[in-house]
Write a protein that binds this ligand. Sequence first.
Ligand code: BGC
Length: 498
Amino acid sequence: MRYVGRLTLEGSVCGKPQAASSLHTYHVFVRVATSLASKPLSYNLQANCLQYKQGLSEIREECQELVLSDGQVLEIMKRLLTELNRGLSKATHDTADVKCFTTFVQDLPNGTEKGKFLALDLGGTNFRVLIIELGGEHHFDMKSKIYAIPQKIMLGSGKQLFDHIAECLANFMIEHDLSSERLPLGFTFSFPLSQRGLTKGYLVQWTKGFDCSDCINEDVVQMLKDAIARRNDIQLDVVALLNDAVGTLVACAVRSYNCRVGLIVGTGSNACYVEKVENVELFEGDKPKPYMVINTEWGAFGDNGALEIVRTQYDREIDSHSINAGKQLHEKMISGMYMGELVRLVLVKFTKSNLLFGGKGSDMLFERGTFFTKFVSEIESDKRGTFTGCRQVLDELGLSHATDQDCVNVRYVCECVSRRAAHLVSAGVATLINKMGQLSVTVGVDGSVYRFHPYFHDLMVEKISELVTPGIKFDLMLSEDGSGRGAALVAAVACRDR
Ligand code: BGC
């Protein structure tokens, strides 16, 4: 047989060149040697290699459900557009899963904004306080401090959460000698808010592992003000409340005047874009300004079934073990909070069906949450054909018995999961770009997945190019601290307009 011949004559296994000293070769030869005792040589080699080759193609076949076809991508775009329009329309907003919230951001900065601003950035496991001085002429000076939000607070009461925020803020102001000043503050609050004004927003639902009680339908600015009043040691003026996607758009708009989309692919995922005010039915009253930034909250796309055409057993498992089952289904297929766990679930399945690691997993592999999303980036950062990052990750997970071929396969699984995320995000971005119909659009982007994954940007550029209306030009711009500087900029524009 062809494969047997290669194994013995060319030092390769099933057509894949192998280093003689590799663990993998060792593993194969041990397997072969052990079975030689009872069966004729040719039979054993053939059986081994066929089983091996079969494992490879089976992995690719099993991963097929994670690969989006062109047809599926186009269908997703169509469905997302329908949901965006349902979110914007008064008649369907309440039942729409993509809410398209008004942000009350109607003017973008031009770089000449000046002043000293505080900013709060709450949206992930960390929370930041910043002091930013905008000096006009695109100049700014920024100092910030990161504070942890313990799990106990993420799942505690709203009062505990806002007391913790106020305490960090007070400490920061004392440390930076600001406690005697009354400064304007921009509050980046990166959860779905039904905004009723630039400084009023009612929490619709928690996402990203937060579940504080007594916050739903409450105005988060009021909760912050109440917590500050309870302390009675600092003073400030909340002049703007915004989402991180909005901050990202605004921060990039200073550098690129045609920035019209803000995108986050980090712990969570979301996008905002510039919409004609006449299409924003939920915005009542006078409409003298022609545009408004819309916070799509596209993380909830699919919550009414629109993504069932592409969701897999792994997505269902992630969802059923989350604290917000049935919610944020699009986000759960994309963002950093879930990507590593998705990969782990696929690896577990393949190990159990004997396609990986010789069927032998490890306690760590079988434990929820052990495969961090940064592992996906580390594994895919290996030069193709080398396994340094991959082996480090697998060693950490107690899988040092992995063969080189296992490493190839693990990387393949990571690629399928991250590509699918990049393609879903691209479908979303292209839908927004096509909907706006502008000839040239900059997309401001932030978030750990986009920043640290070695190919996410390239995958997106490639896919969006295929999907945008011919003639439209676009570029993706990495934001410089959208949720911090963006908050100061929105605050500055708000102060200017007062
Ligand atoms: C939130 C959004 C946020 C996104 C990125 C999602 O879970 O609902 O408001 O923009 O995460 O941080």
